[in-house]
Design a protein around this ligand. Sequence first.
Ligand SMILES: Cc1ncc(COP(=O)(O)O)c(C=O)c1O
Length: 420
Amino acid sequence: MAEIPDWLAKGAPHLWRPYTQMKTAPPPLPVARTEGARLILEDGRQLVDGLANWWTACHGHNHPHIRAAVEAQLAKAPHVMLGGLAHEPAYRLAARLAALSPGELDHVFFAESGSVAVEIAMKMALQFWINRGVRGRTRFLSFLGGYHGDTLAAMTVCDPEEGMHGLFAGVLPAQHVLPLPIDAASDAALDAFLAAHAAEVAAILVEPRVQGAGGMLFHDDEVLRRLRRLADAHDVLLIFDEIFTGFGRTGDLFACQGAGVVPDIMTLSKALTGGTLPLSAAVASRRVFEAFWSDDPTAALMHGPTYMGNPLACAAANASLDLFEDGAWRGAVARVEAGLAEGLAPCRQGAGVVDVRVKGAIGVVEMEAPVAVGELCRRFAELGAWIRPMGKVIYLTPPFVIDDEELATLTRAVRTVVLG
Ligand SMILES: Cc1ncc(COP(=O)(O)O)c(C=O)c1O
């Protein structure tokens, strides 16, 4: 790589990097600009972004419509606290999200990150029972292969091993983390488990259709229908964590819509602002909200992140929703899906490849053993692609607007590395 820029050399001893053993990891790639499906590095090289900036930039980077909306809001009011005050971008966004969400998911609580939205959804579920005078509903049921974030409560509902927080086993409160009901036998096992334990379970928590950071694992919509049936039968709440799957990634605006299942609470983040600013939401059903609607002040949800519903972030999200409005994204996701399926299929012949799978704009090559992430990132970059594997999984989640040539650059890079 060309010379390391001064700002990187000076800041590197001080900036603590995410998910990185900094002693041994190669230096990060310095990005100067982003545009469309590309990252433009300080040395002028352009990499096709195979990850859409951690699954956020669905419309591509630096989209002019979103940028203009943020610039206009910046000139008016960069931040307005939501305690006792109101501003148009947040209220407009809440109404739009309620209209887009299925069923009676009508009540939107904003936060700034996915993990915090998950914490809020969990807190809503716990308090839902407390407010209704039900005691003892203190635990959650989540699934092996799941990932819900890095804050402490979110960590407890991740897969104990694959969810990145295995080191903390025995340190954090234990939840029930069980196999997904993928067939009649596992459905019956979950049913029996709930028959015995529902009285202590506040909610079931699942990433619908795709368990992302836990290994890009796909499941059928029938799994979600089973979960809805089980939640109803045992009177526990059902939370769908759509932080990864929301906003078109699996081919439907929300995975729950495609599956025809309405959860009691849905969490959103990532592509909510089209990959520009931090924002998340926990969207609750009317039934959940009504448990908080009371003359008793202590029944209120005692939560309020300082920057919740930040006007710049909400303006970005409203602009991102505008871009979804004409429905063109559906064709774009279908085109990306076809390109991923065709471009990654030859990887099945690769040594050490155990599976190649595609759902919506998600393409996955699963290896039998964890890969050397730093080394592979470097090789992908040499091939013009920004791809950062996770564990055993080499995956692509590009922006939906990626063109055919750029998509071919990504799949070619994966083939070159996997097929040797
Ligand atoms: C399904 C899911 N939930 C929660 C999170 C946490 O979001 P954040 O990193 O914004 O805290 C993620 C992040 O990858 C996620 O994929």
